[in-house]
Design a protein around this ligand. Structure first.
Ligand SMILES: Cc1cc2nc3c(=O)[nH]c(=O)nc-3n(C[C@H](O)[C@H](O)[C@H](O)COP(=O)(O)OP(=O)(O)OC[C@H]3O[C@@H](n4cnc5c(N)ncnc54)[C@H](O)[C@@H]3O)c2cc1C
Length: 485
């Protein structure tokens, strides 16, 4: 697209945050720094997506189709230098200190260029989010320290979140379904910790992960009552990567099957004790589902941009395809739907900043503390030891339950599921409709439209299938289903 006078999406000047949701103009008068940060995030992300991802995404996709273990380290290093992979970590601790709103724009811009490349950069913060939602001070600090040190040394550091099993996908994300699931994993309590056996599958970054966060039942006969969350370094004896999957889409991001054979996890690496695993999974989903929806929005936007580019250049007789009224109406529909979902995504991000884990970094005492404490101390072992003290841990946990109680979590699963279904169904619908417009010629891989189509399909399946998300939405909207009719 470089040689054209094409000024849409990634090629349009940024920021256009306020044009996306004019209501934010009002918020800008109250919180100018908050909006300015989102605008700066959008500008940086758009430039990165246009200048670094767009010229390479097709080549990366082809290389990964050939060899699913291929990984584009150069692109990852460029993103790492800009700290895009540690964006939510407070600035004073070495990150960018980006709000959920700023992160939403980061996700939309990168995914509009390539969903796979974008996930390699942004999904890594899920490890941090997993710690943030629990507010266990030592775990949060440990993760922040690891991420910041790795970023500074340009060392790779990946987390993966392992929930899905060969015999249970949807089941592990839903209480009722989990009660009947047949787990393939088991965590047996032994002296000083647990021994873990079994298999997890379709785990994003599983093959690259330095640390795996896994939900595993202590009693496979009672999975819901005994599900626990474990923090497992990939170097643990008995842990192995069985294979990297060949997927139809999102190929740049690796998805792997993981084996655990008598892996020992010491008590200090039990993130959530038996019985709390499902709750923790729901806490993570309450954040991540919304971001996957915003990823779907990005894919839809990318497909639209690619479709318009094709239609501008395609001649039908003496006219351009874009001059056909039916084509303009189809694109108008897509623009309308994309804008509606973007408003829902921005609303979700604003709510995360106001009422969910991000609120933690915005607490006045914490903000003031970060301001006056030297960076050296914030990243020191001494602070980590302090954070491990029983008193501080208890205070952190109490704070979390006050800040983000269980009802809030379920509300966010509800909002997040709506954004997830809306965004990823939008991606599939837009990519499909663009494919109809451009026909077989436009589906040549050079235009990227068939890739948008493949990527869109995958997003409807993970982070809970869209069917499972719909069930969550209905259950939340009508908690007393039996009284409905
Ligand atoms: C690219 C990609 C990345 C992924 N990354 C991760 C990851 O990082 N970590 C991780 O843990 N997992 C990951 N997954 C796995 C993903 O979360 C699961 O594929 C998803 O949860 C669906 O599970 P499943 O494939 O086992 O399908 P199943 O659960 O077997 O579902 C099959 C069908 O049955 C329906 N169904 C299932 N149960 C119910 C029910 N109770 N009621 C009604 N309908 C039901 C489903 O909606 C679906 O239509 C990833 C998958 C992909 C494709």
């Amino acid at each position: 697209m470089e040689n054209q006078n094409f000024c849409l999406g990634l090629h349009a000047p940024a920021p256009d945050v306020l044009e996306s949701l004019p209501g934010l103009v009002r918020l800008k008068t109250v919180s100018p720094k908050y909006i300015a940060q989102a605008e700066a995030a959008q500008t940086l992300a758009r430039r990165f997506a246009r200048d670094e991802i767009l010229p390479r995404f097709l080549e990366i996709d082809a290389a990964c189709a050939e060899d699913p273990t291929h990984f584009d380290w150069e692109l990852w290093r460029q993103a790492n230098r800009l700290k895009l992979n540690i964006a939510p970590i407070p600035e004073k601790m070495g990150g960018l200190g980006w709000s959920a709103l700023a992160n939403a724009f980061l996700v939309e811009e990168l995914t509009s260029a390539c969903m796979g490349c974008a996930s390699n950069i942004t999904f890594n913060t899920f490890g941090l989010l997993g710690a943030m939602v629990e507010c266990q001070t030592d775990i949060i600090l440990n993760i922040i320290h690891k991420m910041v040190h790795a970023q500074r040394q340009e060392k790779q550091l990946f987390w993966s979140w392992a929930i899905t099993e060969p015999s249970a996908g949807t089941d592990v994300e839903d209480g009722e379904a989990m009660a009947a699931m047949q787990p393939s994993t088991e965590a047996k309590q032994v002296d000083g910790g647990y021994r873990i056996n079994g298999t997890k599958c379709f785990i994003t970054n599983g093959s690259l992960a330095d640390y795996v966060i896994a939900t595993i039942p202590a009693d496979p006969g009672q999975p819901r009552e005994s599900m626990a969350t474990f923090f497992i370094p990939a170097e643990s004896e008995g842990f192995s990567v069985a294979r990297v999957e060949r997927k139809c889409g999102q190929k740049a991001s690796q998805t792997a099957e993981l084996h655990f054979k008598d892996v020992f996890v010491p008590d200090e690496n039990v993130w959530e004790p038996p019985g709390r695993g499902l709750r923790h999974t729901r806490e993570i989903l309450s954040i991540t589902r919304g971001f996957i929806g915003i990823g779907g929005l990005g894919i839809a936007r990318g497909a639209l941009e690619r479709g318009i580019y094709f239609a501008v250049n395609k001649k039908i007789g003496s006219r351009r395809l874009i001059d056909e009224k039916w084509v303009q109406m189809a694109f108008a529909d897509m623009i309308k739907d994309i804008n509606s979902v973007r408003c829902a995504g921005i609303n979700f991000a604003l709510a995360l900043d106001a009422c969910h884990a991000w609120k933690l970094f915005d607490l006045l005492p914490l903000k003031a503390g970060l301001k006056v404490t030297p960076e050296r101390f914030l990243l020191s072992e001494s602070l980590y030891s302090l954070a491990r003290s029983g008193f501080i841990k208890k205070a952190g946990s109490r704070l979390k339950h006050r800040l983000v109680p269980d009802e809030v979590i379920e509300n966010f699963v509800y909002y997040g599921s709506m954004v997830k279904v809306a965004g990823t169904d939008l991606a599939a619908a837009v990519a499909g409709r663009v494919a109809d417009i451009v026909g077989i010629e436009g589906m040549d891989r050079q235009y990227g439209i068939e890739k948008s189509f493949r990527d869109a399909k995958v997003t409807q399946i993970y982070e809970g299938t869209n069917q499972a998300n719909r069930i969550d939405i209905f259950k939340h909207a009508f908690p007393n289903e039996e009284n409905l009719f």
